[in-house]
Write a protein that binds this ligand. Structure first.
Ligand code: MP5
Length: 220
């Protein structure tokens, strides 16, 4: 069994929880309140902005045969930001000025910390799980969302065949990195695999709960 098969099996219950999250099912069924979707858009825009220095940090450490593929993802992130800007303008959502939610802030700090402080294989594991999670999540939405929906371009972005090929490359690569990892590094990769899955669930949860920072309600 490959590393990713083993880990996806291990975190299976969490993964199922992520894929059956209300945010995805209600977006799929067209019943999610627009304001909830707008919350996700504002926060994910911040996440994607931070994904750029995250990937750049990984590129700096990447083995030579990974550099081109990884660096080649940076323009895709810029196009993704434009997709958010275009959709937000169409839907009358103001993307600018929203502070990061507690969960978004934590997830972004986690991303950057793994890219800059962990080994390449460990940071790469986080990238793989985040991308695999979005590919799988938006495939759930794809199963029912009307193609006329203003949110369809997001479905297309992450559930497309091209994105699936990118996730396929990440999967083969993370499996090869795990093969070459020592016992301790592999254990760290497993831990980061689970943590990233938990962050993905927390991100959907943040969007539906409209969470505030602790202390904000009493002026703290
Ligand atoms: C991704 C994302 C996918 N945009 N947001 C979260 C919370 N997780 C994963 O990453 P990318 O870099 O936008 O493909």
């Amino acid at each position: 069994m490959t590393f990713t098969e083993e880990q996806l099996r291990r975190v299976g219950p969490l993964w199922d929880r992520m894929l059956s999250h209300r945010f995805l099912l209600e977006t799929r069924d067209g019943t999610l309140p627009d304001e909830t979707f707008a919350t996700w858009m504002r926060q994910d825009y911040l996440f994607v902005e931070a994904a750029i220095p995250f990937i750049a940090g990984l590129v700096a450490k990447a083995p030579r045969d990974h550099r081109e593929e990884l660096a080649g993802f940076l323009p895709a992130l810029h196009r993704e930001l434009e997709l958010f800007e275009e959709r937000a303008e169409r839907a009358g959502v103001d993307l600018r000025g929203a502070p990061p939610s507690f969960t978004c802030h934590a997830y972004v700090q986690f991303l950057l910390a793994t890219a800059y402080r962990c080994s390449y294989a460990e940071g790469f594991t986080v990238l793989y799980v985040a991308e695999k999670a979005y590919h799988a999540s938006w495939k759930v939405v794809r199963e029912g969302l009307d193609e006329e929906s203003p949110w369809w371009p997001f479905v297309e972005n992450w559930s497309s065949r091209a994105f699936g090929e990118w996730v396929g490359w990440l999967e083969e690569s993370v499996d090869a990195l795990a093969e070459g990892a020592g016992h301790q590094e592999r254990a760290r990769m497993q831990e980061l695999f689970e943590l990233t899955t938990r962050y993905e669930i927390a991100f959907w949860e943040m969007a539906v709960s409209g969470e505030e920072w602790p202390g904000i309600e009493d002026g703290g």
